[in-house]
Ligand binder design. Structure first.
Ligand SMILES: Nc1ncnc2c1ncn2[C@@H]1O[C@H](COP(=O)(O)OP(=O)(O)O)[C@@H](O)[C@H]1O
Ligand SMILES: [Mg+2]
Length: 223
């Protein structure tokens, strides 16, 4: 489905501030696959997420969906960011989930239900009154109404308390099952790895140094 071939990226290429973030990345993500991207800070995880989400065109190699450049198929992939509040542009939950679409109330309510937010309670809530975990789920609902084939989540559990982490993990598992959406989770901690993904890849200095079953990868990372 999604295919990266020999992808490399350099920020501010050709300037004295040039900074290489990815090098020679080959990656295929199939329909409904659950992939974890691990690696230390600065290893290129977020850059890879932006490329896979079609938000950043890499300076080297190709990134395609069914053979078309990812940047040319908006809506096929969606991304949520660690700082969910920055992704919410409208004052209320309903307006935000609907933002930029022509959806009816039913579709908005469906998306809210999918992320475990009761529409009758949350539809007209102000975004600023929500907890961090709830804001993250609203951002997720906003991504879902566009019916993406792949969801890219950058640090979806960071900063959440234990119940918040559990809830989001459950929501993601259900989305993957019921909406048949592939999931790529970017994280720097492996704690919830087993529940979020079946496959894991490890980045180091912009290169893929492991790509295997999550058990094999995480087992190696934690001797
Ligand atoms: N907008 C940017 N401009 C310049 N350099 C950047 C930018 N974003 C990331 N980088 C650099 O690219 C490298 C990879 O960063 P990033 O993809 O954010 O890694 P990670 O998400 O694993 O922390 C780092 O060296 C980082 O400093
Ligand atoms: Mg990052």
């Amino acid at each position: 489905m999604i295919r990266l071939e020999d992808v490399g990226h350099v920020y501010a290429a050709g300037t004295p501030w040039a900074r290489r973030a990815l090098r020679g990345v080959d990656l295929t993500i199939g329909p409904g696959e659950r992939l974890l991207v691990l690696g230390p800070n600065g290893s290129g995880k977020s850059t890879l997420a932006w490329v896979v989400a079609g938000l950043l065109a890499p300076v080297e190699g190709t990134a395609t969906l069914h053979g078309r450049p990812l940047g040319d198929v908006p809506g096929a992939t969606a991304m949520t960011f660690q700082h969910a509040r920055l992704q919410l542009f409208r004052p209320t939950v309903e307006a935000d989930v609907r933002f930029g679409t022509r959806l009816d109330n039913g579709a908005v309510d469906n998306a809210l239900e999918m992320v475990g937010l009761d529409p009758t309670v949350f539809r007209s809530r102000r975004v600023d009154e929500l907890s961090g975990g709830q804001q993250r789920r609203v951002a997720l609902a906003g991504a879902l109404v566009r019916r993406p084939r792949l969801l890219v989540l950058d640090e979806p559990l960071a900063g959440l308390d234990l119940p918040g982490r559990r809830l989001l993990t459950t929501v993601l598992a259900r989305l993957n099952r019921e909406a048949e959406v592939a999931i790529m989770v970017v994280t720097h901690d492996v704690e919830d790895a087993y529940r979020l993904a079946d496959r894991a890849l490890v980045l180091r200095a912009g290169q893929v140094v492991a790509d295997d079953d999550v058990g094999a990868v995480v087992g190696e990372a934690q001797p």
